[in-house]
Design a protein around this ligand. Sequence first.
Ligand SMILES: [Zn+2]
Length: 152
Amino acid sequence: MKFYCDAMLAGLARWLRAAGHDTCLASSEDDKSLLRTALAQDRILLTRDRDLARRNEANGRVVLLESDRVPDQARELKRKLDVDWLHDPFSRCVVDNSPLRDATGDEVAAVPKGVREIREHFTACPACGRIYWRGDHHRRMRERLRNWQKGG
Ligand SMILES: [Zn+2]
């Protein structure tokens, strides 16, 4: 399942990427081009826009989310599409959607010493250069993903 989020769903897009789903985020396109892009890339369009979801071409490719808050949107996606929130956690950059790779020695060397000493696994984004590691923040995120997966 690949996703295309409308511009109002930036927060949800980051979480879908955190769960490992290939997720693009629209800037501000008109409805027609949103749909066209989603169809061309074989993505499910997620939107808060009722009119967009109602269009004819939408037919099964568009899912309307009614909730405003990310946790509620996450549960809504679980109900409506049975999204797997534990698909492949932390395998993508949450900022730009690129698949992460193992960090090189040089990249790890640039991480603050305090972190380097207590963490082992580092990944890097080939697009933006961010380095990720599994710390407390990571654990809290995983906890949330687990809850959504359980439908809680
Ligand atoms: Zn990145």
